[in-house]
Design a protein around this ligand. Structure first.
Ligand SMILES: [Fe+2]
Length: 322
């Protein structure tokens, strides 16, 4: 049976911002004025978030190899959850056109289409989120392909910055068309790379970055990195979802990996196979007592394989063509 890829109707109820949310939004903006003034940031961005802040974490999307069916379900969830912050954990774009791995024959790579799709998805997922104050992207190794591609033959021009904004003229976020003043920040490594040491740290407690350590068992990759840096850590990169907790003296170290939202059958995902042990999931977090309380929400194929199911707070979100 031919699968319909028509978007389900998204019910957009008129939403107003409550006084409670308004106070949280003002506080987030006031306490992070310095961090939010950066369109691109190098290193680990510190954030101070008040109790009640709601965050949604979206892992490896690899647009245009994203899974649109999953994203329809995620969009419904976002409209209900109304996050104050959306945090992308890296590899939002695949940049397949710049891959140096052998490309399968007859697989078309189209630079502009990849960039347009990435920008469209970021903007679409943020639409109608009335409490959203900031989108934050930790860049991944795929997002970094542009810099690596450019650095080889043209390192002399790769680092040129705009005279006024001091933003790099040739950058991943520049290709997506974002400008200083847009409600989004892109975080790179201290050497302006992606996918390595950069990230964000919330309330001096939990760190978030794309990650680079890969272990085969869920939760083992971030745990290896968390033990090295001595604090709780959340990562993407492995496309596995899992959580491990370790007690070190008085300190509890939480290590989380967030899975993926890709279409594993997309031709760009030729390296996906059952042995990879990949898991579709997103993360959701609420700040309480100054700490991030993060839940990994698995996205499951239940019944009809084309229907993805996400459950949160007793409510079922299902991508459906009906
Ligand atoms: Fe990835």
């Amino acid at each position: 049976m031919k699968r319909s890829l028509q978007a389900p109707t998204i019910i957009r109820a008129k939403r107003t911002v409550s006084d409670y949310d308004r106070k949280i939004m003002d506080r987030i903006l006031r306490d992070n004025e310095n961090s939010f003034s950066y369109l691109s940031f190098s290193g680990v961005m510190p954030l101070t978030l008040p109790d009640g802040t709601r965050i949604v974490f979206i892992p490896d999307m690899h647009a245009p190899a994203h899974n649109q069916l999953m994203l329809w379900g995620i969009k419904q969830f976002l409209l209900d959850f109304q996050p104050h912050i959306i945090k992308y954990i890296g590899d939002i774009s695949d940049l397949f056109w710049l891959s140096r791995w052998p490309k399968p024959p007859r697989t078309v790579a189209h630079a502009q289409f990849e960039l347009d799709e990435t920008r469209r998805l970021i903007d679409w997922l943020a639409e109608d989120l009335v409490c959203l104050v900031r989108i934050i992207v930790s860049t991944g190794n795929h997002d970094d392909r542009f810099r690596r591609y450019l650095t080889d033959p043209a390192s002399g021009i790769a680092n040129i910055v705009d005279f006024q904004s001091r933003e790099p003229l040739l950058s991943f976020h520049g290709l997506l068309g974002y400008k200083p003043g847009d409600p989004i920040s892109f975080i790179y490594d201290i050497h302006e790379r992606g996918g390595y040491g950069g990230g964000m740290i919330v309330n001096a407690d939990m760190q978030f970055r794309h990650g680079y350590i890969v272990r085969p068992k869920p939760g083992a990759s971030p745990l290896a990195d968390a033990e090295r840096i001595g604090r709780s850590l959340v990562q993407g990169h492995t496309h596995r979802a899992g959580m491990r907790v370790r007690q070190v003296g008085e300190k509890t170290i939480v290590a989380i990996e967030l899975g993926h939202v890709v279409d594993v059958n997309h031709p760009y995902m030729g390296y996906s196979n059952l042995l990879n042990n990949w898991h579709p999931a997103i993360g959701t977090g609420t700040i309480a007592g100054g700490k991030v309380h993060l839940q990994v929400l698995p996205i499951k194929q239940v019944g009809d394989a084309s229907k993805y199911t996400l459950v949160y707070d007793g409510k079922v979100y299902r991508s459906s063509d009906r």
